[in-house]
Design a protein around this ligand. Structure first.
Ligand code: PAJ
Length: 300
């Protein structure tokens, strides 16, 4: 695996790779890698000849008072996790290289960015869209992999790719979870053992939503109420939102049908956690759920 730390070198390697007729896949990350990230890398390896994993804690997507300063950074460890996967390139540029003095152009995402996570984190998705477009322009990949874990982010990137006519295939990969259901996240490292236990409320509320749908409940209001009840039983957690939406516009639905998405966000002290679940009939695979939601996301 080659470690590249400058934009210039990355651009020239991307050019060489394409000139050799090899395909390139990009997996954008902020490091602190875990099995969720590594599942994206494995998927990228299936899609293309050469995989580039970018590791960059992007300052423009953190708001004032958020965890930019304390976000876990450990490049050595990340590289050691990537080594056995035989990734082609780890791309870990410096902040001043990505955002040189005088940098003054941003991608302004639309209505999707204002909903849910955008309301709690103003400017967050503008920073995400900007850095992702920059990474796509630097690496020029044939495919780019994102996780369903950040569902709103994945939808937004799909919009970005379509709206700005980007020539890249977007691959969305299922959520990797701990054995007890907690979605893997770099931010789980902030949690004390008690907080870690309390954090299970996110997964349990999503499971409750699916259970009720399986039992034939279609009233979204009732299901959301039940989801909130799971959080109310856990005093360590402050719920940000629990919703059931149509992925087309992330707008709340009244009736729950296959392909609707349950999304939750909550805080435990200063740690913000998110998770989601795509409602589908029992036995539907994770990949098939993603396709269901994406198909609905094209409606309207
Ligand atoms: P980061 O939080 O490091 O996540 C990088 C990618 O890994 C995202 O596509 C995310 O959805 C995916 N991911 C995280 N946890 C996952 C899990 N448990 N299972 C499957 N995939 C998971 O998302 C970002 O970084 C940044 O916003 C970024 C896109 C890199 C732009 O800065």
């Amino acid at each position: 695996m080659r470690l590249i730390t400058t934009v210039r070198e990355m651009k020239s390697l991307a050019r060489e790779t394409h000139a050799q007729g090899k395909s390139l896949a990009l997996v954008p990350t902020m490091g602190a890698l875990h099995d969720g990230h590594l599942s994206l890398v494995r998927r990228a390896k299936r899609a293309c000849n050469v995989v580039v994993v970018s590791i960059f804690v992007n300052p423009t997507q953190f708001g004032p008072g958020e965890d930019l300063a304390r976000y876990p950074r450990n490049l050595e460890k990340d590289l050691s996790l990537l080594a056995p996967l035989e990734v082609g390139v780890a791309f870990a540029p410096g902040v001043a290289d990505v955002y040189p003095a005088g940098f003054d152009s941003f991608v302004e995402p639309g209505a999707l960015a204002a909903a849910l996570g955008g309301a709690s984190r103003p400017g967050h998705f503008r920073g995400v869209a900007t850095v992702v477009l920059k990474l796509l322009n630097i690496v020029r990949p044939d495919a780019v992999c994102f996780g369903q874990k950040d569902f709103q982010q994945a939808l937004l990137i799909r919009h970005l790719v379509e709206d700005l006519n980007l020539d890249v295939r977007l691959v969305i990969c299922p959520i990797v979870r701990e054995p007890d259901g907690l979605a893997k996240s770099s931010r789980n490292a902030y949690l004390s053992p008690q907080d870690r236990q309390a954090a299970l409320a996110l997964y349990h509320s999503l499971q409750r939503a699916q259970e009720l749908a399986d039992a034939g409940e279609t009233d979204a209001g009732k299901i959301v109420e039940e989801m909130k009840r799971v959080f109310a039983a856990e005093p360590r957690i402050a719920l940000d939102y629990a919703v059931l939406v149509n992925p087309a516009r992330l707008e709340p639905v009244e009736r729950v049908t296959a392909g609707c998405v349950a999304l939750v966000a909550a805080r435990i002290d200063a740690t913000r956690l998110i998770d989601n679940w795509i409602i589908a009939p029992p036995g539907t695979s994770d990949e098939a759920r993603i396709q269901l939601a994406l198909a609905r996301g094209r409606e309207a």
